[in-house]
Design a protein around this ligand. Sequence first.
Ligand SMILES: C[S@@+](CC[C@H](N)C(=O)[O-])C[C@H]1O[C@@H](n2cnc3c(N)ncnc32)[C@H](O)[C@@H]1O
Length: 235
Amino acid sequence: MAKTSWEDAAKWYDKIAQEKGHYYHQAVIMPKLKKLIKKSVLDLACGNGALAGNVKCDYVGLDVSKSLIRAAQKKHEGAEFYTKDVTKDLDLKRTFATATCILALQNIAEPEKVLQNAHKHLEDNGKLILVLNHPCFRIPRQSHWGIDNQKKLQYRRIERYMSEMEIPIQVGKVSLPSFHHPLSFYFDLLKKCGFLTVDVQEWCSDKKSTGGAAKMENRAREEFPLFLTIIAQKC
Ligand SMILES: C[S@@+](CC[C@H](N)C(=O)[O-])C[C@H]1O[C@@H](n2cnc3c(N)ncnc32)[C@H](O)[C@@H]1O
């Protein structure tokens, strides 16, 4: 099984993710997530705990990287953090109103086990929120920007999509595995693990370009979402 912990990149990730998360956490993800999370949350593969810095509710974060958990504990008093592999038994004696997995399911070799754990630790009708790098448009090494000079537009080139792929990504100075699955994989998996998908949201970058290429760059940002968020209910 691929080693997926970000322990070797912990220092680097903690520096960019800070207390409330990195740029896209703060500008795009957290403002939307905050509105969806109520009462209590189990944050699966929580990294350095960026979500805890953004919500005011009962919070438990789990990550397999000891150093990221230590960094999270230092930053967020009042939240609970534990070093845990979220594909194994979590040894938690309680349930939650919400479970989240933020930008992490595509970094885990056995996503089915993560969803099974979420199901086990959600209250009846509890919600699971998965924030993914959009699997249709952001496939490491297999999707790129291109420019059509005649049409004066920026387009997205997708080279492979339907194939399941393990793709190395550069995280600071280390190379770590990521896992691509097509869209249907996630909906099939949720069904198989006892979830009913209740909402799907696509979130775009809020950045704005200036200069000669601004028009086509801004249009491309509005056309190709960065993140896909799936909200599913335990049933
Ligand atoms: C891209 S980071 C995202 C962290 C956090 N959710 C955030 O948004 O900042 C992916 C995280 O998944 C964690 N991870 C990978 N495999 C894991 C596993 N089997 N169990 C728990 N955490 C895991 C890594 O250690 C890393 O912190």
